[in-house]
Design a protein around this ligand. Structure first.
Ligand SMILES: *[C@@H]1O[C@H](CO)[C@@H](O)[C@H](O)[C@H]1NC(C)=O
Ligand SMILES: *[C@@H]1O[C@H](CO)[C@@H](O)[C@H](O)[C@H]1NC(C)=O
Ligand SMILES: *[C@@H]1O[C@H](CO)[C@@H](O)[C@H](O)[C@H]1NC(C)=O
Length: 260
């Protein structure tokens, strides 16, 4: 009996340590080692140069005054390009789209699957401080508002990703919410506006529904999306369930694009 209680006690303490330590790790873990490790996984790039170009965007600056353009040198250093027809955009479908592209990486790439976003994916808060050469995490960094180091990074990287789009592009949007094409999303404010005709030939919206489909391809917000596209870019919309995506992506025989 006593032994059981001790084991239970140890278990509770371990869980409490995890609950406290994981968020603290996210906040204080230095950014550079993770950046460099992930960059090395990609093979053959000059990771120190990339880090230098990345860091100079925000280091030594007021953390509320970091603009998209401040990351231009990082974008130049990465010099991203992609094969046509592979780019996958998304909005409010983060988990579903990444589960999908992980299994279908020869077919589709999200920005987080490429050198543009891979190093910083999921790392949350970072920023600099005036008169200081350090990178800070979380504490002292402003929240997700305009012109902070994190938001401006993702905006700049999303712009570069959209600029690289060629041929047929795909966007996975969420059919479980009221407005799948939200005019405030990064997809609407940055990416769609940069699809260039005739380099981009078509956009296929894959509208994914899970347990509670709220809307479909007829939704008015998707008509707005269609109107936003430059002349000459064809538009399609396909409704699919998460279960269909899951089933299809688990089948390696299925050709690219055969999941909708
Ligand atoms: C950038 O990439 C393109 C295409 O892959 C290549 O032709 C060009 O030389 C690269 N530029 C630099 C500065 O590395
Ligand atoms: C977009 O942002 C504005 C201003 O913050 C807000 O009023 C509006 O409801 C948002 N639209 C959607 C569809 O979320
Ligand atoms: C569809 O789009 C419109 C306009 O963007 C939105 O206001 C509406 O609530 C949406 N959803 C449904 C389920 O009709």
């Amino acid at each position: 009996m006593e032994k059981k209680l001790i084991i239970l006690g140890v278990g509770v303490v371990a869980v409490l340590i995890l609950i406290v330590a994981v968020p603290l790790g996210v906040m204080f873990w230095p950014l550079k080692p993770t950046f460099i490790d992930r960059c090395k996984e990609l093979n053959g790039y000059d990771c120190e140069t990339w880090w230098g170009a990345f860091e100079q965007a925000y280091v030594g600056k007021d953390p509320r005054k970091v603009h998209m353009e401040d990351y231009d040198n990082f974008i130049k250093a990465v010099n991203f390009s992609a094969e046509p027809n592979k780019l996958m955009f998304w909005s409010k479908t983060k988990d579903v789209v990444h589960a999908f592209t992980k299994k279908k990486k020869d077919c589709f790439l999200t920005v987080e699957d490429t050198a543009l976003g891979y190093m910083l994916d999921g790392l949350m808060s970072w920023c600099g401080k005036e008169g200081c050469t350090k990178t800070f995490r979380k504490i002292g960094c402003p929240g997700w508002k305009e012109n902070n180091a994190v938001g401006s990074f993702w905006n700049r990287v999303s712009a570069a990703f959209a600029d690289a789009a060629r041929g047929d592009v795909t966007a996975m949007l969420n059919g479980d919410i009221d407005t799948p094409f939200n005019p405030n999303s990064t997809f609407a404010t940055i990416e769609v506006k940069r699809f260039d005709s005739p380099k981009v030939k078509s956009l296929t919206v894959v509208l994914v529904t899970g347990k509670s489909a709220v809307t479909n391809c007829k939704n008015a917000s998707l008509k707005d999306l269609q109107r936003e596209l430059k002349k000459g870019i064809a538009y399609n919309c396909k409704e699919v369930t998460e279960a269909q995506l899951e089933e299809c992506s688990s089948n390696p025989e299925r050709p690219c694009g055969a999941c909708w």
